[in-house]
Design a protein around this ligand. Structure first.
Ligand SMILES: *Cc1c(COP(=O)(O)O)cnc(C)c1O
Length: 443
C-alpha cells in the first residue's frame, strides 16, 4: 500500500434506499448485485423500482391536499422501463425534445400527460408535439410563440401554451451548470417581458395561454428559491389577469429538488409544499411539479469491475471498467459519488469496509476520466466489483460512445425479480450509421 491511508468504515455508508447488505454482499432489493453482473457483465446500471416508488410516494405525501400534478422530468432517466414504471404510478411527464416525445409515447404516455419544455424547440418538434395533443408547450421567447401559433394554424388547432418565466432567482446550486433561473441565462422569458408576451398571446388566434412556468435550477435543497419564484408568478399572473379576459390556471414550478450525494441536506418537503401553497388559492389553479433527479437518483448504482490497481506518483489508483463515457457527472460537474465494494469481503483484511485514499479512474484516454479523485475508496484488489452510488439520474442518459465504447447495460430490480431494460450496446451497432464506401453528392 505504500503511503496509502487506510481507514475503516466511516466513508463507506450504505447506498440508496433500494440497496442494502446481507452479510458482506450488496444487494439491490432482494437481488445480489454480483448475481446480476455474472449474467450481464460490467459496467452496468442497476435501478431499484421500489426506491423510485418510495420517492414518488414521499413527494406525493408531502404535496397531498394541494392541486398538484407531478410530471416526471424524462431527461433524468428516460429508459422506457423507468418511464413505464412512473406512468403506472399515475404521473405525467416533462420532455425537452422530439426524442423524448417519442420515448414518452412509446412508454404509453398520452398527449395530455406530456408537458413540452425546452429552450430550442425546432419546427418538426413543435409540430409533433401539437399533433400528439400535449398538455402544454412551454414557450421561452417571443419568436417561439409566433412559431407555435403559425404551426397550430397550419395544423388547424389551438396550441395550449405556457410562458416559461426567467424569475431572476439566484440559486446557490453546487455547480454553475445546474443554475438556470438567473438573469441573462438562456432559459425562459425575462420577467420584465412576460406581460407583453402574454398580451401578444391573447392576440394570436391559434394559441391559448394557460399559465406560467419556472424552473429555478437543479439540486436545490432550500424552499426559499421556490417561494420567491411563486411570489414572482403571482405578481405576473395578477398583472396579466387584470385585463379581465385572461385566466391563468397552470402554474408549472419545474424541478430541481435535491438529493444527497454526500453530506448535503435533504430538501425539506414540508417547506417546499408550503412554498407552493399560495398558488393553490388561485381560482382553478393546477400546480405542476417536474421532479427528475429527486425521483430516480438514489434508485440507481453503476456497477464496475476493478481491472487494475497501481501505485503512481505517491497515489493509489484503481482502474475501473466504467469511464466518463458511462458516467460523465464527475468530469462534467465535479460530482462526488460515493463508491462501495459490492462485496466487503473483497476489502483488504477481509473483515469489512476498509478504505484506501485513491483515484478511481476509467479506461478512457482523458485525464478527466475519473469516477473519484483522492477520496476514500474500498480497498479492493483487481477483479473486485464496485458500486458507484446515486447515479439513477443523469447517469445512463448521458452515456456516450467516446473511445468507441459500447454503452452499458441497464437492469431494473423489483423485489426478487430483475430484468435487463437496456442490453449492452454491441460493436456492430457502433458503426451502423457509417460506411467505408462514401456516396458523394455533387454540389
Ligand atoms: C431538467 C428539468 C427538470 C428536472 O430537473 P431536476 O433537477 O432533475 O429535478 C424539470 N423541469 C425542466 C423544465 C427541466 O429542464
Amino acid at each position: 500500500m505504500g503511503e496509502s491511508v487506510l481507514t475503516r468504515g466511516a466513508a463507506v455508508t450504505a447506498a440508496g434506499p433500494g440497496f442494502a447488505r446481507i452479510g458482506s454482499a450488496l444487494r439491490c432489493e432482494a437481488v445480489p448485485l454480483a448475481a446480476i453482473t455474472e449474467r450481464v457483465g460490467t459496467p452496468c446500471y442497476v435501478y431499484s423500482a421500489g426506491a423510485i416508488r418510495t420517492r414518488v410516494a414521499r413527494l406525493a405525501g408531502a404535496l397531498a391536499g394541494l392541486p398538484v400534478r407531478m410530471h416526471y422530468s424524462a431527461k433524468a432517466n428516460s429508459n422506457l422501463a423507468i418511464l413505464a414504471l412512473i406512468r403506472a404510478m399515475g404521473l405525467g411527464v416533462d420532455i425537452v425534445s422530439g426524442g423524448e416525445l417519442f420515448r414518452a409515447r412509446a412508454a404509453g404516455f398520452a398527449g395530455p400527460d406530456i408537458v413540452f419544455s425546452g429552450v430550442g424547440k425546432t419546427v418538426p418538434e413543435i409540430e409533433a408535439a401539437l399533433r400528439a395533443g400535449v398538455h402544454s408547450v412551454n414557450v421561452e421567447n417571443p419568436s417561439e410563440l409566433e412559431l407555435v401559433d403559425g404551426i397550430a394554424a397550419t395544423l388547424g388547432l389551438i396550441a395550449p401554451v405556457v410562458i416559461r418565466v426567467n424569475p431572476d432567482v439566484d440559486v446557490n446550486t453546487p455547480h454553475p451548470y445546474t443554475r438556470t433561473g438567473s438573469h441573462g441565462m438562456k432559459f425562459g422569458v425575462p420577467h420584465d417581458q412576460v406581460v407583453d408576451l402574454a398580451r401578444r398571446a391573447a392576440e394570436l388566434a391559434n394559441v391559448r395561454l394557460m399559465g406560467l412556468a419556472v424552473h429555478v435550477g437543479s439540486q436545490i435543497s432550500e424552499a426559499l428559491p421556490y417561494a420567491l419564484a411563486v411570489r414572482e408568478l403571482e405578481v405576473l399572473a395578477d398583472t396579466i389577469e387584470a385585463d379581465g379576459l385572461t385566466r391563468l390556471t397552470v402554474f408549472d414550478m419545474g424541478g430541481g429538488l435535491a438529493v444527497r450525494y454526500g453530506d448535503e441536506p435533504e430538501p425539506d418537503l414540508v417547506a417546499y409544499a408550503a412554498a407552493l401553497r399560495p398558488l393553490a388559492a388561485r381560482c382553478g389553479a393546477v400546480i405542476l411539479v417536474e421532479p427528475g433527479r429527486f425521483l430516480v437518483a438514489d434508485a440507481g448504482v453503476l456497477v464496475t469491475r476493478v481491472l487494475y490497481r497501481k501505485h503512481s506518483g505517491g497515489k493509489e489508483i484503481l482502474i475501473a471498467d466504467a469511464g466518463m463515457n458511462d458516467l460523465v457527472r464527475p468530469a462534467l460537474y465535479g460530482a462526488v459519488h460515493g463508491i462501495d465494494a459490492v462485496d466487503e469481503a473483497d476489502c483488504a483484511g477481509g473483515g469489512g469496509a476498509q478504505t484506501v485514499v485513491a483515484d478511481v479512474v476509467g479506461p478512457v484516454c482523458e485525464t478527466g476520466d475519473f469516477l473519484a479523485l483522492g477520496r476514500p475508496a474500498p480497498d479492493v484488489p483487481a477483479g473486485a466489483l464496485l458500486a458507484v452510488r446515486t447515479v439513477g439520474a443523469y447517469g445512463a442518459v448521458m452515456a456516450s460512445n467516446y473511445n468507441s465504447r459500447p454503452r452499458p447495460a441497464e437492469v431494473l430490480v423489483d423485489g426478487d425479480r430483475w430484468a435487463v431494460v437496456a442490453r449492452r450496446e454491441r460493436h456492430d451497432e457502433l458503426v451502423q450509421r457509417e460506411s467505408t464506401s462514401v456516396h458523394w453528392s455533387e454540389s
